[in-house]
Design a protein around this ligand. Structure first.
Ligand SMILES: [Zn+2]
Length: 247
């Protein structure tokens, strides 16, 4: 019998496409017979969109068993607490050790600065504004159940290898889906105008670290990339990864 790299029928990946204020974002859904894993959770208020996108993939929200968070940014953790509250069973939340205290609200989210909050709630009178800000930050807080580190292999959905790629945030991770030769990049890479590009300098405080992290990605046999911002890229990925790592 010939061995095939094609995903087995019982398993799957679906790139969800959510919209927020004219921007598209792409959480990834991965599943096998026992587990349904969502990578990143969109902005607050997108639960209904996630449910619909999961239904379209043929995987109802009620089957969701794990959420992996690539990093603490607002557009990645925004939907997490709503998802956990809406589920009738425990959903395991997984991230890197370095991101855990931010997601649990023990450290302030690095990019949710007072200026940014003021931009969101500045129109409110002072007392109301403080209340709204506190409520908003509280809504971004969730408990993390499991932390993962570089090289760790999660034994489901065809095996998921964690790649620690700090820079965009201190504990940013990418996920290599072994069975599919597919890399879920979080914000370590982006697709802009059909081209695979590096981290967005505007939102990447440790840009040099982030660029060094890209070298790690070249060690994996990647055929397809899924970027949270920009979606799927599968044109000569291995070569493009090497180019980006050497830039
Ligand atoms: Zn992002």
């Amino acid at each position: 019998m010939m061995l095939s790299n094609k995903p087995k029928i019982a398993k799957g990946i679906k790139v969800l496409e959510l919209s927020f204020m004219g921007r598209k974002i792409n959480p990834t859904l991965i599943w096998d017979n026992e587990n349904v894993v969502l990578v990143d959770t969109g902005f607050p208020g997108q639960l209904q969109e996630i449910r619909i996108a999961m239904d379209e993939a043929g995987i109802p929200f009620s089957k969701l068993s794990k959420v992996i968070i690539t990093h603490q940014d607002f557009d990645h953790i925004g939907g997490l607490s709503e998802i956990l509250k809406a589920s009738d069973h425990k959903i395991e939340v997984i991230t890197h050790e370095e991101e855990k205290p931010f997601i649990e609200g023990k450290k302030p989210l690095l990019k949710m600065t007072p200026e940014r909050l003021a931009g969101m709630f500045g129109a409110l009178p002072d007392e109301k504004r403080k209340e709204a800000e506190a409520k908003f930050l509280e809504s971004l807080t969730s408990q993390v159940d499991k932390t993962v580190d570089d090289g760790e292999v999660l034994p489901y959905c065809g095996e998921i290898t964690v790649i620690y790629t700090p820079g965009h945030t201190p504990g940013h991770i990418c996920l290599y889906l072994n069975q599919y030769k597919t890399l879920v990049t979080g914000d370590a890479l982006n697709v802009v105008d059909g081209e695979l590009v590096g981290p967005n300098p505007q939102f990447t405080p440790l840009l040099d670290t982030a660029k060094t992290s890209l070298k790690k990605l070249t060690q994996y046999d990647v055929e397809t990339v899924i970027c949270y911002h920009g979606g799927i890229f599968n044109d000569n990925v291995a070569q493009r990864l090497v180019e980006l790592a050497n830039e």
